[in-house]
Design a protein around this ligand. Structure first.
Ligand SMILES: [Zn+2]
Length: 234
């Protein structure tokens, strides 16, 4: 099993389908009437603020050293997370030739739906890969899954797009936008994809530089916030 598979197997369904996060936000911040509509980019900051209000600024993170396998634990300051998030910027416009493309962040509902599909597909993929059978038989089973993974990625990108404008005219219809990309050079689609990836990188959780207490090797860790152990006391 790759580390990724391990996460897939260990993550309870309540987290994958977003219910655990939504229940937490509803109970701690009742002013947010419909947490499903929160832009995904803001969910981490809200979870961090809740965690600070509940357990304080400090969070202990356990980490196994990559060099010597020693178990270390590190204290991180969650206020630094909030500071770091408040300085991020979401870029929503890009252009190519005369075309101007506007995007928006997905809300938590949309994000969770795509995530559920993506995890289900990756689970099917790894279960087929682990089966004992002829390679040619495996390929027959894998082909449709790879196709669905590609379709899901395409749907995510299209969902991000708000509008395409050219010569003062603006198109917001999803089907018309899809047709535009089907009919035009792939560079237009790539322009949007690049911007979405740039925004995703800009909103990645901050990294922490750490030093192993056993072998003194330096490393850097990134704490993922939207998962089960985040709300365990630490
Ligand atoms: Zn070490």
């Amino acid at each position: 099993m790759t580390p990724n598979d391990e996460i897939l197997v260990k993550t309870p369904d309540a987290l994958i389908n977003g219910e655990a996060t939504i229940a937490t936000i509803k109970s701690c911040v009742p002013e947010i009437l419909d947490p499903w509509k929160i832009p995904t980019l803001d969910v981490d900051s809200i979870l961090v603020a809740i965690r600070i209000a509940t357990y304080g600024d400090n969070m202990t993170v356990n980490h196994k050293c990559k060099s010597c396998n020693a178990d270390n634990s590190y204290d991180i300051s969650l206020r630094l997370y909030l500071q770091s998030y408040s300085s991020r910027e979401f870029v929503d416009v890009t252009s190519l030739d005369d075309f101007i493309f506007t995007i928006r962040p997905l809300n938590y509902k949309e994000y969770t739906e795509f995530q559920k599909t993506s995890i289900a597909l990756r689970r099917s993929l790894s279960s087929i890969l682990n089966r004992k059978m002829e390679d040619s038989e495996k390929e027959k089973l894998l082909d449709p899954i790879y196709k669905q993974i590609a379709e899901n990625s395409l749907r995510i990108i299209l969902q991000n797009i708000e509008s395409i404008s050219v010569d003062g005219e603006t198109e917001t219809d999803k089907l018309a936008i899809k047709t535009f990309f089907d009919d035009n050079d792939v560079s237009y689609f790539q322009t949007i994809k690049d911007l979405i990836e740039k925004n995703a990188q800009a909103y990645e959780p901050p990294t922490h530089n750490i030093i192993c207490t056993e072998c003194q090797k330096e490393d850097s860790i990134r704490v993922t916030l939207d998962q089960s152990d985040f709300f365990a006391k630490g």
